[in-house]
Write a protein that binds this ligand. Structure first.
Ligand SMILES: Cc1cc2nc3c(=O)[nH]c(=O)nc-3n(C[C@H](O)[C@H](O)[C@H](O)COP(=O)(O)OP(=O)(O)OC[C@H]3O[C@@H](n4cnc5c(N)ncnc54)[C@H](O)[C@@H]3O)c2cc1C
Length: 466
């Protein structure tokens, strides 16, 4: 006697959304708001990377680390406290509270939305318009993929022999690693490096390239390196052949560098060497959706995949790697679908921050990119040490740099590495979106004392970019 196979009836929706990252939930709410039925599927924690293992927890940790750093500098500000002891379980609890609050918020929002069906499980395409989750078959003419990404774990020698941490497993840490080796000197690695140094760990950053945050201009990379080294973080660059091995109850990271000792020994290692999209277990081949060689879903300028009726939003499309780019993907697609708009990814201006202390706010192109375009440009640079708000606060590290087009006077790019840099950068970003000349900033009255009030002063120093 054969076993009876139960086939669930197909459930029909106007839209299916896979993943509850930064684009999926608002898209679900948008469909539901106009009376359309929508199913949203999540296999893990609601809110995705940003809320659970990315922005929210790391910025909560940055805040703890910054508070600790201020206490250590108490004498400079005219106070002293007794012995400083960092309670890592409390630090973790504070972080967990922030993440849980956001994740719960997303879940409650979705579950409380009329017309929205929330399903927990792993979604896989069965055809271009059907998706399997658990044993349910869902069908919709419009499907939105918002599956995000995860930490890349490269096949390096020793990777299978040594326990290592990623940004996800870092979330469970409630103790202080004695000597933390951070492999990867880019945005994620640098934030964790400074956080744990301030908590009290010895920290070594191991970077394959010739400088930290290699996508930035050299002067930015160098200044960030100096800021980290001033806090006694060790930086090892040009680590061409990184390997892991067990050593004395801890871990040794082989570097084979051009200079310095060939290996660094520590107690814990974090891999912060990039991200990979969550697209290999999605059944994309059954839908006919194409990806590039790295697994990113190929989309057009309006975020449609090669299959009509399927869009890919957020990190999984390789067109951005930030919370705001994912949310902006949602805005582009939703405005095009619901408002008959014609928005495009290429309309947006690159902008992001590195949340070291002081932070780096960035918008538009780097000097190197501008030189490559061959545009006649002007550049101005100004040290934070001459900004009164900065020296009043005792936070004078970094500089502001702005690059403008010599002919149109429009801002091409900026880097603000300094106190408030993550906020001040928006003054320049909004002027860029307005396509206004930089001279409007020079005619605006700004508030004193602020960092932003110095933007006209910086712009008064423009000279040719060589
Ligand atoms: C340590 C760290 C710090 C960061 N800090 C910042 C920052 O300060 N600012 C910033 O802008 N960005 C930051 N980022 C990047 C930011 O977190 C991501 O760009 C953002 O979360 C991308 O969101 P997303 O919408 O693409 O998807 P994600 O947030 O990754 O969500 C995808 C969701 O889909 C689910 N999923 C995947 N596959 C399936 C499936 N088959 N079925 C069902 N569900 C599935 C996942 O479980 C997940 O919940 C940081 C990232 C890291 C790692």
């Amino acid at each position: 006697m054969g076993t009876a196979v139960t086939v669930s009836p197909v459930k029909h929706f106007d839209a299916i959304i896979i993943g509850t990252g930064q684009a999926g939930p608002p898209m679900a709410a948008r469909f539901a708001a106009v009376g359309k039925t929508v199913a949203i599927i999540e296999r893990d924690k609601f809110g995705g990377t940003c809320v659970n293992t990315g922005c929210t927890p790391t910025k909560t940790l940055v805040a703890s680390a910054e508070a600790i750093h201020f206490v250590r500098r108490g004498a400079e500000y005219g106070f002293s406290v007794g012995d400083l002891r960092v309670d890592m379980t409390r630090v973790k609890a504070r972080k967990d509270e922030a993440s849980a609050r956001s994740s719960k918020g997303v879940e409650q929002w979705l579950r409380g939305t009329t017309n929205c069906t929330v399903i927990q499980g792993q979604a896989r395409f069965r055809s271009p318009n059907t998706v399997m989750v658990n044993d349910e078959v869902l069908q919709a003419d419009k499907i939105f993929i918002n599956v995000g990404g995860r930490a890349r774990v490269p096949e390096m020698p020793g990777i299978h022999d040594v326990p290592f941490l990623t940004n996800s497993s870092m979330m469970d840490i409630d103790f202080l690693p004695e000597h933390f080796i951070i492999v990867g000197g880019s945005y994620v690695g640098l934030e964790f490096a400074q956080i744990y140094r301030r908590f009290g760990s010895e920290v070594t950053i191991v970077e394959m390239g010739p400088r930290l945050i290699g996508r930035e201009d050299e002067d930015v990379s160098q200044a960030v390196r100096e800021i980290l080294e001033a806090e006694s973080i060790q930086v090892r660059l040009n680590a061409k052949c990184i390997s892991l091995a067990r050593r004395d109850g801890g871990v040794a990271v082989g570097l084979t560098c051009e200079e310095g000792p060939p290996e660094v020994a520590g107690t814990h290692v974090l891999l912060a060497v990039g991200r990979v999209p969550n697209t290999s277990d999605l059944g994309l081949e059954r839908a006919g959706v194409t990806t590039d060689q790295r697994g990113y879903i190929i989309v057009d300028d309006q975020l449609q995949t090669n299959v009509p009726g399927i869009w890919a939003l957020g990190d999984c499309n390789g067109r951005g790697a930030f919370t705001h780019t994912s949310y902006n993907d949602y805005e582009i697609v939703a405005d095009n679908l619901f408002n008959g708009d014609d928005r495009r990814v290429s309309d947006r201006i690159q902008a992001y921050a590195l949340y070291t202390d002081p932070p780096l706010g960035r918008c538009g192109a780097t000097d190197a990119e501008i030189r490559k375009y061959g545009r006649h440009a002007l550049v101005a640079k100004y040290p934070m040490s001459r900004v009164s708000r900065a020296y009043e606060k005792g936070e004078t590290q970094g500089f502001m740099k702005i690059c403008v087009d010599a002919a149109t006077k429009q801002i091409l790019g900026a880097a603000i590495l300094g106190v408030g840099g993550d906020e001040v950068i928006h003054v320049l970003l909004d002027v860029m979106y307005a396509k206004a000349p930089y001279t409007v900033i020079q005619r605006a009255m700004h508030i004193h004392p602020t960092v932003a009030e110095y933007l006209p002063t910086v712009l008064a120093k423009l000279e040719p970019l060589t």
